[in-house]
Design a binder for this molecule. Structure first.
Ligand SMILES: Cc1ncc(COP(=O)(O)O)c(C=O)c1O
Length: 388
């Protein structure tokens, strides 16, 4: 079935006891297994059946089935946040003495986790500037490589096929953070990635009403991530979030089309404005990563970044003058959002790391919502005029 059909139907069965079409929200921490023998069999993995909601909950199971279908994965697991997804993957699949590689830049929280926390577990962390840099300088002992195909916040494009090809040669596990493009536009598993992960907080949810993480991929790897995430670290998704997320995902293909169309209009407008020093949007034919995204994805996403002249002060004048865009971190909501990454999402990085990653003080990140593009452009035009 096609993606729009799967988004609506996958993982959803009428409730056997009532016929309710929507999966109920199972607010329960534990499950009665009835007899001591059944309890023993469930804990030994001999009988199926729920035990305890930190391990599994029927609302989450239905969502996992929907997400696995959208990603073309054997299995998916849902967890409490995108950071819970990243840390669970890395702790489950690497150990002391291993190396983890990532392509700069990544979300600031991911960067801080890898550089500041993971290294304390005795894992070496190496960053590369691009897929080409990884191909040239990679270490043969890399155990896992993580990248964002369209990076946060600079909208740089990373060639996923190149990374997967190099990783195969050295036997490294490939993990694609597909938060920006979503399976509606790009399915990393279909080109050979081992795992795909998301901050489900963003486009998958789409409504800015929850925090969520998703990992999907190869069955044995997901089993290992599941054990670490749910049994050891203990970061399950709650049933309320699982319900809201499955509801959001039903409209993902529709919403992504609106985000992509609006972002293209906004990027084309910004390109013409004298106050704007640079526009970063992979949908512009002038963007260096345009061809790579055009060949592997069915759209360019809803994120646009721009550089102004005049650092934080000019960015603040622009941001403070916006009326329709909310000044907020996060992204992928139906509402348009704007932020200054160097002082917010990427503030935890050192200035040197930010410089290296291209997160300058002139950079503004826009998450383009699904409002009417004319209204968004009018808001941006007015705010640009307020820069001294
Ligand atoms: C690309 C990307 N990955 C991961 C995360 C972390 O997700 P969460 O905030 O749901 O923990 C974010 C958050 O902004 C993100 O943008």
């Amino acid at each position: 079935m096609k993606l729009s059909t799967l988004a609506v139907h996958a993982g959803q069965q009428p409730d056997p006891s009532t016929g309710a079409l929507n999966t109920p929200v199972y607010f329960t921490s534990t499950y009665s297994y009835g007899t001591a023998e059944e309890g023993k069999a469930r804990f030994a993995g001999q009988n199926p059946g729920y035990i305890y909601s930190r391990f599994a909950n029927p609302t989450s199971t239905a969502l996992e089935q929907k997400l696995a279908a959208l990603e073309g994965a054997d299995e998916a697991i849902v967890v409490a946040s995108g950071m819970a997804a990243i840390s669970s993957i890395v702790y489950a699949l690497t150990q002391q003495g291993d190396e983890v590689a990532f392509i700069d830049p990544v979300y600031g929280g991911t960067d801080a986790f890898l550089r500041n926390t993971l290294v304390r577990a005795g894992v070496t962390v190496r960053s590369y500037n691009s897929a080409e840099d990884f191909a040239e300088r990679h270490s043969p002992t890399t155990r896992l490589v993580l990248w964002e195909p369209v990076t946060n916040p600079t909208l740089k494009v990373v060639d996923s096929q190149k990374i997967i090809a190099v990783a195969r040669q050295i036997g490294a596990i490939t993990v694609c953070d597909n938060t920006f493009l979503t399976p509606a536009l790009f399915q990393p598993l279909s080109i050979g990635a081992d795992l795909v992960m998301h901050s489900g907080t963003k486009y998958l949810s789409g409504h800015g009403d929850l925090i969520a993480g998703v990992v999907a991929g190869n069955g044995p790897l997901i089993q290992r991530v599941r054990t670490v995430a749910l049994k050891h670290i203990g970061v399950p998704m709650g049933p309320q979030e699982a319900f809201l997320l499955q509801r959001g995902v039903k409209t993902l293909p529709l919403r992504m089309k609106a985000h992509c169309d609006n972002a293209k209009r906004v990027a084309e407008f910004l390109q013409q404005q004298p106050q704007v020093a640079a526009v970063y949007f992979p949908g512009l034919p002038t963007h260096p990563g345009h061809q790579v995204v055009a060949q592997t994805a069915s759209g360019f996403g809803g994120m646009v970044a721009l550089e102004l002249h005049g650092g934080f002060a000019a960015c603040a004048q622009f941001l403070n003058a916006l009326q329709l865009f909310a000044q907020a971190v996060s992204l992928g909501d139906v509402e348009s959002l704007a932020c200054h990454p160097a002082s917010t999402t990427h503030a935890a990085m050192t200035p040197a790391d930010r410089d290296r990653a291209g997160v300058s003080d002139n950079l503004v990140r826009l998450s383009i919502g699904i409002e009417d593009a004319d209204d968004l452009i009018a808001d941006l035009a007015h705010a640009l005029q307020q820069i001294a």
